[in-house]
Design a protein around this ligand. Structure first.
Ligand SMILES: [Zn+2]
Length: 216
């Protein structure tokens, strides 16, 4: 039979555990705030090539992780290429600098969704929206959806996105990179900084439930 002293000790332990767990839950809830892009910003923090969560073997400059996570969720993307020194990519471009992704629809995604992303990232006029440096899709050689980029003609359909950055030789992280700035969806909260490249997990958790506000 447990004595009163023992049960008191038991409750003390339970209480201590709850106190440990509750702040973590509150943090998790808070970090599920829906975020929407709100312009761009320049990041000077040191870059490093890291694996993209959810895409084993695919690496990118860590400063892009929040942008990439948001894009993947918002547009149901699968990343087919990111940081690579492969000669199949433009050597003066962003793939050998960890500042580009090639994407196709994820299972459950669609080319229509990629088309929306392409239009948002490169509005009419053909100039990419900041922070994007180059957007390769329909009309660009070697890029586009399957009706513009035909496999039988040796074209692998995909959308390319790369980010603006300071000069760097290949295989080295850039001194600075422009990234998306985000704000909470409700628009009444304070601007939430997303300098979470230093903490990719938090950065990823913050990016959820993307909405149509971001559409042109
Ligand atoms: Zn590419």
């Amino acid at each position: 039979m447990p004595t009163r002293k023992m049960s008191r000790a038991f409750f003390a332990v339970v209480l201590a555990l709850l106190l440990l767990v509750l702040p973590a839950q509150a943090l998790a809830q808070e970090s599920r705030i829906a975020m929407v892009p709100n312009g761009s910003k320049t990041m000077w923090s040191p870059g490093r090539f890291v694996e993209i969560p959810g895409f084993p073997g695919k690496r990118i400059d860590r400063r892009l992780l929040p942008d990439v996570a948001w894009l993947v969720r918002r547009y149901d993307l699968r990343i087919t290429s990111a940081y690579t020194l492969s000669k199949g990519h433009e050597q003066s471009g962003e793939h050998p600098r960890g500042l580009a992704i090639d994407v196709v629809p994820a299972r459950g995604g669609s080319w229509a969704s990629l088309a929306r992303l392409a239009r948002w990232a490169k509005p009419a006029g053909g100039i990419p929206r900041k922070p994007f440096r180059w957007v390769g899709y329909n009309g660009d050689k070697g890029h586009g959806d399957p009706s513009h980029c035909k496999v039988r003609k040796g074209c692998l359909p995909h959308l390319h996105l790369s980010w603006q950055h300071g000069y760097t030789p290949r295989a080295r992280a850039a001194p600075w990179v422009n990234v998306l700035r985000f704000r909470p969806l409700d628009g009444v909260g304070h601007l939430v900084e997303t300098d979470h490249a230093a903490d990719p997990i938090l950065g990823l958790h913050q990016l959820e439930a993307p909405v149509d506000l971001v559409q042109p």
